[in-house]
Design a protein around this ligand. Structure first.
Ligand code: SF4
Length: 214
C-alpha cells in the first residue's frame, strides 16, 4: 500500500504502523514507551501524529497504515500535546532528566527545557540491595518498558507495575528487591529504561545513605 508522510509518498507492507512508516520515510517521531524489541504499548502518547481526516492525533506506534493515508508528523496539536506530556513527566521528577537518557533527548527534541507545572515531586528512593542492578524509584515515569522487557525478552516476569497516578512505579518481586525476586540479572530492564531509573550499579552516581534502601 502507499502512504504519504509529510509530503513524501512511500510504499509499505500491510501491518506497518505509522511510526514505522515515518521512520522509513526518514522522519523522526519522539517515543518514550516504545522499544522496537517489544510489542507496541501506546501508553505514553508522545508519538502522536496527525492523520488527514482524523479529528484528533493518533498514537503512531499502535496505529496501522491504510492505503492512501496522509500522515503529518509535525501536526501542531500532536506536538503541543506531546510537549505537555513531557512537561508533566518532568514536573514529578526531583531533577531535570539526566543527560544522555532517552527522556532528556525526547524533551530536547520537543523543545521542552523546563515545566510550567509546579506539583509534588518524587522523593529520592534508591534500592541498591542487588549487586548489579539499582532502582532509583523517583526517576520512574511508569512507561512499562522494564516490565515488558522482563516478560517478553527474558520471560522472567520478575517486575510488576504498581500504584496509580503519582504513586505509579515498578517493583521487583513482592517489593523485596531484585535479589529476592525471579530476576536473573539479564539487565534487559536497565537497557530499555528511558530515564535511568533502573541502572547498572556500577554506573550509579554516589548517593547519600539516607537515599538508599539498605
Ligand atoms: S523503571 Fe524505567 S523502564 Fe521501568 S517503568 Fe519506570 S521509567 Fe519505565
Amino acid at each position: 500500500m502507499r502512504v504519504n508522510v509529510d509530503g513524501t509518498e512511500i510504499e509499505v507492507p500491510e501491518g506497518t504502523t505509522l511510526l514505522e512508516a515515518a521512520r522509513a520515510a526518514g522522519r523522526q517521531i519522539p517515543t518514550l514507551c516504545f522499544d522496537e524489541r517489544l510489542k507496541p504499548f501506546g501508553s505514553c502518547r508522545v508519538c502522536l501524529v496527525g492523520v488527514e481526516g482524523r479529528e484528533r492525533p493518533v498514537a503512531s506506534c499502535t496505529t496501522h497504515c491504510a492505503d492512501g493515508m496522509r500522515i503529518d508528523t509535525q501536526d501542531a496539536t500532536a506536538r503541543r500535546v506531546a510537549g505537555a506530556i513531557v512537561e508533566l513527566l518532568l514536573s514529578e521528577l526531583p531533577d531535570p532528566p539526566e543527560p544522555g537518557t532517552e527522556l532528556a533527548e525526547v524533551a530536547a527534541g520537543l523543545g521542552v527545557t523546563t515545566t510550567r507545572f509546579d506539583g509534588e515531586r518524587h522523593a529520592r528512593d534508591h534500592d541498591t540491595r542487588h549487586p548489579y542492578l539499582a532502582f532509583r524509584h523517583e526517576l520512574c515515569i511508569s512507561c512499562g518498558r522494564c516490565v515488558r522487557a522482563c516478560d517478553e525478552i527474558q520471560g522472567a516476569f520478575a517486575l510488576t507495575a504498581t500504584g496509580r497516578g503519582f504513586e505509579a512505579n515498578v517493583t521487583a518481586g513482592l517489593d523485596s528487591g531484585f535479589l529476592q525476586s525471579d530476576c536473573v540479572s539479564c539487565g534487559a530492564c536497565a537497557d530499555t529504561c528511558p530515564t535511568g531509573a533502573i541502572i547498572e550499579t556500577s554506573l550509579l552516581p554516589a548517593a547519600s545513605p539516607a537515599e538508599d534502601r539498605a
